[in-house]
Design a protein around this ligand. Structure first.
Ligand code: G6P
Length: 368
């Protein structure tokens, strides 16, 4: 196939801009958009009513999607989730006796470690399901159930639209699981799918912040290190934001759970350290605010990504603030990904790196 960049300078930027559309498509595979009821794609037999424990594994960006997935499944479906990077899952030989479903997340469907993990799970007699973007791929074919993301071909090595489509699939699936298990009522199901249906509009609102984020990126480009912090749903995003930045700009970045700041990373904080804090005004906002105060007290330069409520709370001494609209909690991982992608993208463009083909990285890692 041939895919071109359209009016965009790089595939990565084009793919960032495709997100409102492809996230909408992906949602349509998991939610009947006329009734608002969740569904399993292609009517496949997947019933979560007797699923009490799941094992999720994946690599790279897919692993961070899986990490958000764990938070979703635990919150909305009350299903306990084990979570591993696939290269550990395949060798750890964890006793899987009480695991009812193994779930894999992969854009390409060809990553060697994820495929080996899938085969390991099958050999243990587990039921397997995979969230995959390439339906003809090996992982898609070998899984008992294929849960497709409809991101379309992703060319940029740094994953963007595949990630937000994975999050969308995981969010809808966790609601479905909640319904099956009686943890989500019919009314709550409609509320949650109604929230998810707002994703394209909210992503568009985030895309409108591009110019502002580009300014911040020019400053980021002057640094050699950066820290990303988040709590709850935003913790995996902190890791994904750091991964995106290091992949394409080669700035050393670490993503940390905000509450772990005092157990190490705080030693790194001084006036030269940019600290990106992902903090929607959710149930853990106040906790994250107190971590930000610890950073501010040591002269760290906070770039806060929050919503209108968070910005209005006035509790934070941030050097810079990126303000998104207020939105339901289930949407925050999907939408807050976008400013993180744009920050990494513009930092890399400003530094002149090869954004779509960063050094030493491959789009799909088919060797161990
Ligand atoms: C490589 C890519 C990443 C991707 C990871 C897992 O490292 O550069 O963007 O997240 O592989 O790939 P998968 O296709 O399994 O999602």
């Amino acid at each position: 196939f041939y895919v071109d960049k359209g009016n965009h300078r790089h595939f990565m930027q084009k793919e960032i801009y495709e997100q409102p559309e492809v996230v909408g498509h992906t949602l349509g595979a998991f939610v009947d958009m006329t009734t608002g009821r969740t569904k399993i794609p292609q009517g496949q037999p997947l019933d979560f009513s007797s699923v009490r424990r799941m094992a999720i594994s994946a690599c790279g960006t897919g692993f961070y999607a899986g990490t958000v997935g764990r938070y979703y499944f635990e919150r909305y479906a009350r299903i306990a989730c084990d979570l591993d990077v696939a290269s550990e899952f395949r060798y750890r030989e964890s006793p899987l006796g009480d695991v009812d479903l193994a779930l894999f997340v992969s854009q390409s469907g060809e990553t060697a470690d994820t495929l080996a993990s899938l085969r390991y799970a099958k050999a243990q007699g587990l039921k397997t399901a995979s969230i995959v973007n390439v339906p003809e791929s090996t992982i898609a074919r070998e899984s008992d159930l294929l849960l497709p993301t409809l991101a379309g071909p992703e060319i940029g090595v740094a994953s963007t639209k595949a990630f937000t489509c994975q999050l969308t699939a995981l969010a809808a699936l966790s609601v479905r699981a909640g319904v099956d298990r009686g943890a989500v009522s019919a009314e709550e199901e409609l509320e949650l799918t109604g929230a998810l249906a707002e994703a394209p509009r909210m992503i568009n609102a985030a895309l409108h912040l591009e110019e502002r984020i580009e300014e911040l990126a020019h400053d980021m480009a002057n640094h050699r290190h950066a820290l990303f912090l988040g709590r709850g749903f935003s913790y995996p995003l902190a890791m994904e934001g750091a991964l995106k930045l290091k992949e394409i700009s080669y700035i050393h970045a670490e993503g940390y759970a905000a509450g772990e700041l005092k157990h190490g990373p705080i030693a790194l904080i001084d006036e030269t350290m940019p600290v990106v804090v992902i903090a929607p005004h959710d149930r853990v906002f106040e906790k994250t605010v107190s971590n930000m105060q610890e950073v501010a007290a040591r002269g760290g330069k906070i770039i806060l990504i929050t919503d209108e409520k968070g910005a209005a709370s006035g509790a934070v001494d941030a050097a810079e603030t990126i303000v998104l609209p207020n939105m339901p909690e289930i949407l925050t991982p999907i939408v807050y990904s976008v400013p993180l992608q744009l920050l990494a993208y513009h930092t890399a463009v400003h530094m002149g790196t090869d954004v779509d083909q960063p050094r030493n990285l491959a789009k799909s890692v088919t060797v161990e």
